[in-house]
Design a protein around this ligand. Structure first.
Ligand code: F6P
Length: 342
């Protein structure tokens, strides 16, 4: 941190003029798609900051489906008490096939009009961003997106809500698996979440000291992997952890392949939805809170159809469509390290 001086507390009163000038007087907030730890903290950030700017807030239940079904709740200051550290989402979440249709979107827009909601904060992943982008570009509804997915597969942000907690949850499990893997000299295939994205698998593999990783971004070479195990076994190394992304191969199928190719004893573990639950870690709480407040402030500035993110610890804002592009720049570096350190 630069400088050794002492800072004056920032005055927040002056920013109220921003709210007075804005045409946004009431906002809606929803969580959509797969939940992630930190979504509640983001909802709290949205609700409390909006209220402090003198706005009204409606919570929409079960994502876009709640807009179609007219399932809304008034969000007063106490509605978000005590949720900053709780996993899941108090607004519930869903994937809404109906919202993908023109008819569904029409119903959703009618609900927004009926409740006089001027702008919508959407907390979700790729599919939810598509919905938010369509609401803005096709229907003229001011929207803004917050990256709510454990997969960390959105562009324009270093982190998505819940990813860090999910990684820690998976690491905690793998540390335990490692104990039994060592003791019984077995190979373990550990399947983690991330259907189309290997981000969780890469982080978890490097962070757990796993011997190998299988992700959608790299073509797997099971023959080479098995050859390494056979060579390792000759040197006395018979316990391996291999982390796989769920979208590439099922853990039990890979375990069978490895046993057939190596003759070594292999077990599989699917971590599954455990990774989506639990109290958000400190980083997710802080990040989600910052995102929630930034969403409200950007809407008040008239910044619509955008996605909020964080790059090098600074809030970053890009168009929703751009945020849907994926980037996995660091995977090659991670793979190199995993290979070097096994
Ligand atoms: O939210 C993202 C995610 O957790 C993916 O990692 C996973 O593939 C998917 O959701 C699982 O979805 P569902 O809970 O609907 O089975």
């Amino acid at each position: 941190m630069a400088g050794s001086g002492i800072l004056l507390l920032p005055a927040i009163d002056s920013s109220y003029s921003m709210a007075q000038k804005s045409k946004i007087k009431k906002i809606g907030v929803l969580t959509s798609g797969g939940d992630g730890p930190g979504m509640n903290a983001a909802v709290r950030g949205v609700v409390r900051s909006a209220l402090s700017y003198g706005l009204k807030v409606e919570g929409i239940m079960r994502g876009y489906q709640g807009l179609i079904d007219n399932d809304l709740v008034d969000m007063g200051p106490r509605s978000v008490s005590g949720i900053i550290g709780r996993g899941g989402t108090i607004l519930k979440t869903a994937r809404s096939p109906e919202f993908r249709s023109e008819k569904g979107q029409k119903k959703a827009v009618a609900t927004l009009k009926r409740h006089k909601i001027d702008a919508l904060v959407v907390i979700g992943g790729d599919g939810s961003y598509l919905g938010a982008s369509e609401l803005y570009h096709k229907w003229g509804v001011p929207t803004i997106g917050l990256p709510g997915t454990i997969d960390n597969d959105l562009h324009g942000t270093d982190q998505t809500i819940g990813c860090n907690t999910a990684i820690n949850t998976a690491l905690d499990a793998i540390d335990k698996i490692r104990d039994t893997a060592h003791s019984m000299e077995r190979i373990f295939i550990v399947e983690v979440m991330g259907n189309r994205s290997g981000y969780i698998a890469m982080e978890v593999a490097l962070g757990s000291g796993a011997e190998d990783v299988v992700v959608p971004e790299f073509k797997p070479d099971y023959k080479a992997m098995c050859d390494r195990m056979i060579k390792g076994a000759k040197r006395g190394k018979v316990s391996w952890i291999i982390v796989v992304s769920e979208g590439v191969v099922k853990a039990n199928a890979l375990a069978d392949t490895i046993t057939n190719m190596t003759g070594l004893e292999t077990r599989s573990v699917v971590l599954g939805h455990v990774q989506r639950g639990g109290n958000p870690c400190g980083m997710d709480r802080v990040l989600s809170t910052r995102f929630g407040v930034a969403a409200v402030e950007e809407l008040l500035k008239g910044n619509y159809g955008k996605a909020i993110g964080v790059i090098q610890d600074q809030i970053n804002i890009i168009p929703l469509a751009e945020a849907r592009k994926r980037s996995f720049d660091k995977f090659k570096e991670y793979y190199r390290l995993i290979s070097m350190l096994r």
